[in-house]
Write a protein that binds this ligand. Structure first.
Ligand code: ANZ
Ligand code: ZN
Length: 829
């Protein structure tokens, strides 16, 4: 009888009692660290899509345990941030209480699956014992001068009422709520992640076990761009415009220059711009336009000429018009471009609209004719380009950049698309930023600098000197606890709700003891998740965030599984954060994750994304109650290749359940197994071992199904030895049922204390061979036959073969000789 409810309850309790999944460092065994992207516990609980990755890592963890590894397989909760806070606001429950309830519910649900987590290592990013270290690491970044205060316009979500990092914006919309983001000037803390851009890029080559698609997404996000900067003097002015271009070879075709409307240079040039009111009005008009709208090729271009000003092309001293136009972004390159309408699409569109000159300076190499109204954007050969005429684009770029640096008018320049990390949020539910603002210290730093004294000699850190008045909270005052509040709704003013708690805000400066104010912005959700995998290694340590020797033993993470949506967010932040800790000598390896695997989504039965809106959400609690966790596990692993998305099917669960019911009925036989069964079992052992590692669970399961069918063909019974081997390879997939059958077979210890079976190479060979049939010494037929065929059977089989019969017609068989496993020789007259 397969009573899944009894069986699953029984074994989950037993595992817990025996503390089966508790691990510690053990140098006698190879280590294996398997990590899931930890969930943020939302109010609605898990749907059946969430655990897909967890099932796969659990299978890997259990297989590795059986294979003799010391396996670290932890779980925790990423519980700060907008989803938790928005849920709390909508339900009018304090986020701390709501989060605790949600975590409890998630743990209950995860428990139903029988996962092999070492729960003694559970972490929660909202626990002060945890976020103390998040704050501590931020403070180290601050000390190192990697953090700066800025008032630049940033992405602002009017619905979430907070500033966002570039990574939080998808197609111009807030990644959380889908609202179109605006640009808003805001005081904010920014981390200089761009200092790590080159390493984040080149070290991708050290990650051979990452999926290429994810590495490519990171490369694009980092967006390295090789080009040149060129200085255009402004005619009759001391000022100049620096542009960034990847196509300096086209510069003889430059017919105007464009500044981003926000470019500060405009303010400096104000007095010389005769149509300033028009320019100012344009600036105002485009203020809230999203980056997406501004850069979309298909959107109508707009701009305004700066009348009264001309820019001088350093290569030919030609004076060209200057525009302010919003297709140029202020926060990329230099916020200014040289426009070459003959060779750049956007410039071309703009030039057509404003009737500007279009001048060709690069021609195709193969004399291809460009028809009128078409532009040539590829590399080619320079024309009408002074002394550079005739050069190919690549060489021209090099020579022209050399000339620029020789004449001090620019030169080679590399730009990255990745932006510094906007790290403050104007929300309640996050880690307080461990900074206080002290006017006296600001004054002191100013004075020291005017006296020519290095403020470092007075005990100020690099960060404090860079951000005068911002004093970092010293280690022994951490954590800065998130204060209890009654009203935590976002204010929308650009101030965090913490700003209203005056007795919390008012504090004393840890440097000078004078009155100071606490920073009231909080950290983004990405903060706590940037280093959590390190904390699992040493979760209770209150001296350091992780003991370096333990870290050396367990790191790097061997296998990391999670959603592809994190490719350019969490996975960039965590790699950066890790490199920073590595530079401080606090961790042993430069990259945190050796192997990365993304999970394909599970869609609703109707093929749509599972959502309350479509009413197609399947709750795992119900599936498990009806069919059991093991059936659910087997089904989710069997439904499709792991990284592909696939629709849920209730029929599929029934199929998985039937498979388990069938194998539950297999009996133990006294007789030895047939060669066929032994061969199939050994093939299955080999295949399952390989497939689990490759995350090809679907083919592993179908191989087990083939084996079970073969056992049914032979009386539904196998020898005890074979039966036990089969249970062990089944155990990672259906751990409860495997334990139960293991016990019924007479074992008293958990199946997870057993050893993964070795397969026998000899038995992998097919149990058939190809019989060569010779007639009078000539090869006349080849027939596949069973390995245990007798001489008589071989002759009968040969004589029945039509290729043999052809030669036998009206002839008499005189003699036959059989060479076992190879050949049958017939002699006829
Ligand atoms: C002149 C030119 C001629 C350009 C040509 C391209 C083709 P990536 O690869 O993205 O780095 N550009 C530079 N700064 C910009 C900004 N702040 N906003 C909008 N566009 C900007 O592209 C660099 C190219 O994008 C630069 O090279 C510049 O246009 C434009 F036939 O300069 B190019
Ligand atoms: Zn002070």
């Amino acid at each position: 009888m397969y009573d899944h409810q009894d069986i699953e309850k029984k074994w989950q309790a037993r595992w817990q009692q025996e503390n089966l999944y508790h691990v510690s460092e053990d140098t006698s065994k190879p280590k294996y660290y398997i990590l899931d992207m930890f969930p943020y516990p939302s109010g609605v609980g898990l749907h059946v899509g969430h655990p897909k990755g967890y099932i796969a890592t659990d299978i890997l963890a259990r297989a590795k345990i059986l294979q003799g590894f010391n396996v670290l397989h932890p779980m925790g909760f990423d519980a700060f941030g907008l989803p938790a806070e928005n849920y709390a606001i909508s339900k009018k429950i304090h986020p701390r209480i709501a989060t605790a309830e949600n975590v409890a519910n998630y743990k209950r649900q995860l428990g139903l699956f029988g996962f092999s987590y070492d729960w003694s290592r559970e972490i929660n990013t909202t626990d002060p014992k945890y976020y103390k270290w998040t704050q501590w690491m931020f403070a180290k970044m601050f000390d190192k001068g990697l953090v700066y205060e800025s008032n630049e316009p940033i992405n602002w979500c009017p619905s979430c009422k907070t500033g966002l990092a570039n990574e939080d914006v998808e197609d111009g919309k807030c990644e959380r709520c889908g609202t179109l983001v605006e640009l808003k000037p805001l005081r904010q803390w920014v981390i200089r992640i761009t200092d790590y851009a080159e390493r984040l890029l080149t070290d991708l080559d050290k990650l051979p076990y990452w999926e290429n698609s994810i590495k490519e997404m990171q490369r694009n996000w980092i967006g390295k761009s090789d080009g040149a900067e060129v200085v255009f003097q402004i005619a009759d002015s001391d000022l100049s415009i620096k542009v960034f271009t990847t196509r300096v070879d086209t510069i003889f075709g430059c017919t105007y220059v464009v500044l981003a409307p926000e470019n500060k240079l405009l303010d400096e040039l104000k007095d010389q711009i005769t149509n300033w009111p028009e320019v100012a009005a344009y600036r105002e008009a485009i203020k809230n336009k999203s980056t997406l709208e501004r850069t979309d090729l298909n959107k109508d271009k707009s701009g305004v000429e700066l009348i009264g000003l001309k820019a001088v092309n350093p290569f030919n001293n030609e004076s060209v018009k200057i525009f302010a136009a919003d297709y140029v972004l202020n926060n990329y390159g230099t916020g200014a471009v040289m426009a070459v309408p003959a060779h750049d699409e956007r410039d071309f569109e703009f030039a057509k609209k404003y009737n500007l000159r279009i001048k060709t300076s690069v021609a195709p190499l193969d004399n291809e004719i460009i028809s009128a109204g078409e532009i040539f954007t590829a590399d080619g050969v320079l024309v009408d380009s002074g002394e550079f005429t005739g050069l190919k684009s690549i060489e021209a770029r090099q020579r022209m950049s050399d000339w620029l640096s020789r004449t001090d008018q620019g030169g080679l320049k590399i730009n990255y698309k990745i932006k510094d990390w906007v790290f403050s949020r104007q929300r309640y539910w996050g880690e307080p930023i461990p900074i206080v603002h002290c006017p006296a210290c600001a004054q002191k730093i100013k004075e020291l600098i005017t006296q020519g004294v290095d403020p470092r000699t007075a005990g100020f850190s690099e960060g404090e000197i860079m951000n005068p008045g911002a004093i970092v909270v010293p280690d022994n005052n951490l954590p800065v606890l998130l204060p209890e509040v009654t009203s935590y709704e976002p204010s929308g003013t650009g101030e965090s709700p913490l700003a209203n708690i005056t007795d919390w805000v008012a504090t004393t400066c840890p440097k000078c003891g004078g009155p100071a104010k606490r920073e009231t912005n909080t950290m983004p959700q990405w903060a706590g998740s940037s280093w959590y995998y390190l904390r699992y290694i040493d979760p209770d340590n209150d001296q350091v965030f992780v003991d370096k020797a333990k870290e050396k033993y367990w790191s790097p993470v061997d296998f990391y599984v999670g959603g592809a949506e994190h490719a350019t967010r969490h996975l960039i932040y965590a790699r950066f954060w890790h490199k920073f800790l590595f530079d401080l000598g606090l961790v042993n390896y430069e990259e945190p994750f050796t192997k990365l695997q993304h999970v394909g989504l599970i869609m609703g039965e109707d093929g749509r994304k599972m959502s309350k809106r479509w009413g197609n959400v399947v709750n795992p609690d119900e599936v498990i109650a009806e069919y059991g966790a093991d059936a659910m596990r087997v089904y989710e692993m069997f439904m499709s290749p792991f990284s592909e998305s696939c629709a849920w099917s209730s029929k599929g669960v029934v199929g998985a359940r039937k498979f388990l019911e069938r194998l539950e009925k297999i009996k133990i036989s006294e007789k030895p197994d047939s060669r066929k069964i032994l061969s199939l079992l050994n093939k299955t052992i080999k295949k399952i071992g390989e497939d689990i590692e490759l995350f090809k669970h679907n083919t592993a399961i179908s191989q087990m199904m083939i084996l079970v069918n073969a056992i049914y063909d032979e009386g539904t019974a196998v020898s005890l030895a074979s039966y036990q081997k089969f249970l062990i390879i089944l155990a990672p997939f259906a751990p409860h049922l495997a334990e139960e059958l293991w016990e019924r077979a007479g074992n008293s210890e958990s199946i997870f204390k057993a050893t993964w079976p070795k397969y026998d190479e000899d038995l992998l060979k097919d149990d058939t061979f190809v019989l060569a049939v010779q007639i009078n010494g000539k090869l006349r037929a080849t027939i596949e036959v069973s390995s245990d065929i007798t001489e008589d059977q071989a002759r009968e089989t040969a004589l029945a073969d039509i290729n043999v019969q052809k030669w036998l017609a009206e002839k008499e068989l005189i003699k036959s000789v059989y060479v076992k496993g190879k050949l049958l020789s017939l002699v006829i007259n």
